[in-house]
Ligand binder design. Sequence first.
Ligand SMILES: Cc1cc2nc3c(=O)[nH]c(=O)nc-3n(C[C@H](O)[C@H](O)[C@H](O)COP(=O)(O)O)c2cc1C
Length: 379
Amino acid sequence: MTVADDTATATEARTARILARPVQLNGLTVPNRIVMAPMTRQFSPGGIPGEDVASYYARRAAAGVGLIVTEGTYVGHDSAGQSDDIPRFHGEKQLAGWKKVVDAVHAAGGTIAPQLWHIGMVRQAGQPPYTDAPAVGPSGISSAGAEVTGKEMTQQDLDDVIAAFARAAADAERIGFDGIELHGAHGYLVDQFLWEGTNRRTDAYGGSAVARTKFAAEIVAAVRAVVSPGFPVIFRYSQWKQQAYDARLAETPEELAAILTPLAEAGVDAFHASTRRYWVPEFEGSDLNLAGWTKKLTGKPTITVGSVGLDGDFIRAFAGEGSSARSIDDLLDRLESDEFDLVAIGRALLQDPEWAAKVLAGRFTELNAYDPSALKSLS
Ligand SMILES: Cc1cc2nc3c(=O)[nH]c(=O)nc-3n(C[C@H](O)[C@H](O)[C@H](O)COP(=O)(O)O)c2cc1C
């Protein structure tokens, strides 16, 4: 063996040792630390995921992804979405489609959780699947400083949406999913409540950070009440918004704790802290990233995400930009020191269904750059 061979073997052994460890999320044992990040694909006509969607996810599970979080899927509320090609998580045909996805992923040895989604004020008027439905949100505004263009949610609206999330979670468990993820990130409905830029309410759901978290915490509690005690509930959140990339929910760890503590108390089992670059420290005076802080503040397992294995962030991907491969050495150091527990992979897994198998085997030279053409098909 040459020195280069020895180094390669040592790298492979370290990668496998760190990434191939199982991890517990409430009652679910995830076989390794690699998560597929939720990614909207728009390949489900009529909101029904078909065989191609099932095999797309099963390919990633077969190649070693420990936990798949599906693309965002609309809960059963008329204002939840705005595309007929994004899968819905209600309706007989839609849930039957999802059941086939679950079965295919399980047959391939993986675990899977749907990402339950309501887009709130991001909805444009007249869009499918329910063209007459209004855009709804905490204050009827789509971003900080925007005019009122939608409906300020009434207590009845809040109760309906909370019930829709709970129904979806119960359905997820019934058809065999291993857990659920609540989409509380990126400026969609749940995040519109969390963010003071879109939440101007003066009732119990607006004002302080704790009040802005009330809606999210009620969703978590309603979900928790209808699923088994061991069924994992993951909550995804972000500082950034798709309406405002530089927005922040929390400027300090104390402000972040005010939001995360009620969610943890309501029954969140794991947090998914969405950032665009995982190596960026979240607050001054510490190297911890957002997932690291989340774990430190709540004690819950956390998932990190953002440009893992790539050198350009995903917002640039929407502008049609590619991204070259980047070493994951520092990520492994952070995982090894328990800064966070799992790592979600987005574009790299769109590009290459075999990404997890290659990384787990230390085959780094076989990793591909990300090319935006990967968005065009369900390969
Ligand atoms: C095509 C595409 C669709 C996405 N759709 C969703 C989504 O439905 N829900 C969500 O929370 N994040 C979504 N994201 C964000 C990803 O989950 C992930 O956080 C982001 O791509 C950063 O990871 P990456 O740098 O590894 O790609 C999407 C990203 C991409 C590229």
